[in-house]
Write a protein that binds this ligand. Structure first.
Ligand code: GTP
Length: 347
C-alpha cells in the first residue's frame, strides 16, 4: 500500500489545514506572476498516481536501464555476460565499489543456486540490488515534532527550491500547515520565486532582503512556534562543497536552528541532481561530513543514464533517500522505494 508520508500514530492531531496567517516578520508578498512556478498544480491523489508513477519511473530510468536490461536477453551465463554487466553498471555510474560488490554476490549466487538460464540470473541480480538499496528506503514521518524543522541544502540548480514547493504541496494535502524560510539571502530572484509561490499556495514565507541566512532561519522557527505551524522548511542558497566559507555558513544555520528549538533541525536534507552521477556521490560525502545529513532527495532521475549512482550511495555513504524526482510536476516527486526502483531499472 502506497503512502507519501508516514504519520506518527500516537501523536495527537495538531495539524492545521488553515492557511497560516500573516506575521510581522513576513516580508511583503510579491504579486503573483506566471513565471517560475515551483511546481505545477496537481489534481490527482497519490494513490491514483501510483500506476502512472511506475510507468513514468520506468520511462525516466530508461537511459540508465538501457544497457542493463538487454544484457540478459538470450544470454549465456559466462564471463562475457559478467564483463558486459560490469560495463553496464559502471556506465550507469554505480561506481567501482557497488559494481564489484554486485558482481561478486551474483557470481556466488549463480554458483550456489546452480542457476543456468539468463532469466534466473536476472532475477537474482534484481534481488541483490533490492537488498543493496533497501537500507536507503525510509518513510518520511510527519507529526514527530511541532514544528518539524527541515533544513534543505545542495549545490546550485540541484532542484532545492522546486522540491520544497512540491513537498509543501504534498504536505498540505496531508493536512499539514507549512512555513518556508527563504534562506537564500544572496539571490533576490530566488527569494522572490519562493515568495510568489508562497502567496499563490497559501504558504507563509519568511524572508529578509539581505543578511544572515541563519537569522532568517531562526525567525522562521520562532514564527512557526508562535503560530502552531506543523512544518518549517529552510531553503538555503546553492553552494559547492569546495566553497568552505559557504559550508561554514550552513553549519551556522544548523547550529542556530538548534538554539531556536531544541533538536532542530529534525531533518538535514541534501538535494542532489541524479544527472550528475558520481559527482552527486562526492556531494553526499562532503555535505554529510559537514552537516551529518539525515536524508537525501534525488532529483532529475528522468532522462539520466546515471541513475546507478544510488547503488554507489548505498555502498559508500548510505544516507536514507526520502524522495526521488522524475520531472517538474508535483506528482513527479515520490518516496523512494527500493523494489520499485529496481523493478523500473531491470523490468
Ligand atoms: N527534469 C527535471 N527537472 C527538475 C526536477 N527537479 C527540479 N527540476 C528543475 O531543475 C531546475 C533547478 O531547480 P531549482 O529548484 O531552481 O534548483 P535550486 O537547487 O533551488 O537552484 P539554486 O537556487 O540556483 O541553488 C528547475 O528548472 C527545475 O524545474 C526533476 O526531477 N526533473
Amino acid at each position: 500500500m502506497f503512502s507519501f508520508f508516514k504519520k506518527k500514530p500516537v501523536q495527537p492531531e495538531t495539524a492545521s489545514t488553515l492557511p497560516p496567517a500573516a506575521a510581522p516578520a513576513i516580508a511583503p508578498a510579491a504579486a503573483p506572476t506566471p513565471d517560475m512556478p515551483l511546481a505545477a498544480p496537481s489534481t490527482s491523489g497519490a494513490e491514483q498516481d501510483k500506476p502512472n508513477w511506475m510507468a513514468r519511473l520506468k520511462a525516466g530510468l530508461s537511459k540508465t536501464s538501457a544497457n542493463l536490461s538487454v544484457l540478459f536477453v538470450g544470454a549465456k551465463i559466462d564471463d562475457e555476460l559478467y564483463d558486459e554487466l560490469e560495463a553496464a553498471l559502471l556506465m550507469a555510474d554505480a561506481g567501482i565499489d557497488a559494481t564489484q560488490f554486485l558482481l561478486d554476490a551474483l557470481k556466488r549466487k549463480v554458483k550456489e543456486d546452480k542457476l543456468l538460464d539468463a532469466a534466473a540470473v536476472k532475477a537474482a541480480l534484481k534481488t541483490l540490488m533490492i537488498e543493496l538499496l533497501a537500507p536507503l528506503q525510509k518513510p518520511f514521518e510527519l507529526g514527530r515534532h511541532q514544528p518539524l524543522v527541515m533544513m534543505i541544502s545542495g549545490v546550485n540548480g540541484a532542484g532545492k527550491t522546486t522540491t520544497i514547493g512540491k513537498l509543501a504541496k504534498h504536505m498540505q494535502s496531508h493536512g499539514q500547515s507549512v512555513l518556508l524560510a527563504a534562506g537564500d539571502t544572496f539571490r533576490a530572484a530566488a527569494r522572490e520565486q519562493l515568495m510568489v509561490w508562497g502567496q499563490r499556495n497559501n504558504v507563509t514565507v519568511i524572508s529578509q532582503e539581505s543578511g544572515d541566512p541563519a537569522a532568517v532561519s531562526y525567525d522562521a522557527v520562532q514564527s512557526a512556534k508562535a503560530k502552531g505551524i506543523d512544518i518549517v522548511m529552510i531553503d538555503t542558497a546553492g553552494r559547492l562543497p569546495t566553497q568552505l566559507h559557504l559550508m561554514e555558513e550552513l553549519k551556522k544555520v544548523k547550529r542556530v536552528l538548534g538554539k531556536g528549538l531544541e533538536g532542530a533541525p529534525h531533518e538535514t536534507l541534501l538535494v542532489i541532481d541524479g544527472n550528475t552521477g558520481q559527482n552527486a556521490l562526492a556531494q553526499v560525502k562532503a555535505f554529510d561530513d559537514a552537516l551529518q545529513l539525515s536524508g537525501l532527495i534525488i532529483t532529475k532521475l528522468d532522462g539520466t543514464a546515471k541513475g546507478g549512482v544510488i547503488a554507489a550511495i548505498a555502498r559508500v555513504r548510505p544516507v536514507p533517500v526520502y524522495f526521488i524526482g522524475i520531472g517538474e510536476r508535483i506528482e513527479d516527486l515520490q518516496p523512494f522505494n527500493a523494489t520499485e526502483f529496481v523493478e523500473a531499472l531491470l523490468g
